[in-house]
Write a protein that binds this ligand. Structure first.
Ligand SMILES: NC(=O)c1ccc[n+]([C@@H]2O[C@H](COP(=O)([O-])OP(=O)(O)OC[C@H]3O[C@@H](n4cnc5c(N)ncnc54)[C@H](O)[C@@H]3O)[C@@H](O)[C@H]2O)c1
Length: 224
């Protein structure tokens, strides 16, 4: 029996990068997977790959920062598969690089809207579904930038610190109800986001290996 046999798992931002790898890992380990993503083509492609390997997955185009989109996504999991056991709140954006004094309101609102408000809305509706079942597990994708400051990505780093506040507070509020809430804090992982940051900084993605004691960057499957 696989680890997630018969369980229902939701992955936000599950069309690319770490979310894609996690959605595929959930399906491989027996879960029925519900994927929410802003990018329909990427999300549908993960459903196709899952079904080709005998797994079960559904996709819905959803922007985590839009409350009704997320409510509909959780409703899909519950109406189609009966309940929600696990969620990986992974959708996130890096935003614009640059020192704080040169940042814009638009970039602040966009990064905070997706990475903080979107993650809180995700937790809100996932927790409501899990409370009905009396159990569940949520993992939020923060970042090493949620533990340390990083010059040039201060607003992103602040948003990921906020993810840690939501995670720790939620864990205190719901552990007695059978819901575990944790976060992962990856360093640089080989995904479209890291590749975009490398392009902005005019370096190769693998050059970020110098930040890491293991001498290389991580792969999405390692986080999954
Ligand atoms: N790659 C890294 O080095 C790294 C390190 C630490 C943390 N992270 C975090 O991992 C998460 C996934 O990023 P990734 O590196 O896999 O990059 P990615 O760009 O491949 O994945 C992000 C996914 O989220 C989706 N998304 C973005 N905004 C959304 C929204 N408002 N609603 C729904 N979907 C949305 C995108 O369409 C994309 O599929 C992010 O939260 C990121 O901050 C990444």
């Amino acid at each position: 029996m696989a680890d997630f046999d018969g369980q229902v798992a939701l992955v936000t931002g599950g069309g690319t990068g770490i979310g894609r790898a996690t959605a595929l890992a959930f399906a491989r380990d027996g879960a029925k997977v519900v994927i929410g993503n802003r990018n329909s083509e990427a999300g549908e492609s993960v459903v196709n790959v899952t079904k080709e390997s005998g797994g079960e997955a559904s996709f819905l185009r959803a922007d985590v920062a839009v409350e009704n989109d997320f409510k509909v996504l959780v409703d899909l999991a519950v109406s189609k598969y009966g309940r929600l056991d696990a969620a990986f709140n992974n959708a996130g954006i890096g935003g614009l690089s640059g020192p704080l004094a040169e940042q814009t309101n638009e970039n602040y609102d966009e990064v905070m809207g997706t990475n903080v408000k979107g993650l809180w809305l995700s937790m809100k509706y996932e927790i409501q579904a899990m409370l009905k079942a009396g159990a569940g597990a949520i993992v939020n994708n923060s970042s090493v930038g949620g533990l340390l400051g990083f010059a040039g990505v201060g607003i992103y780093s602040a948003s990921k610190h906020a993810v840690m506040g939501l995670t720790k507070s939620g864990a205190l509020e719901y552990s007695a109800h059978g819901i575990r809430i944790n976060a992962v804090n990856p360093a640089v992982i080989r995904t479209p986001m890291a590749e975009g940051l490398a392009r902005t900084r005019k370096v190769e993605t693998d050059d970020f290996a110098s930040f890491h004691s293991i001498g290389r960057i991580g792969e999405p499957e390692e986080v999954a």
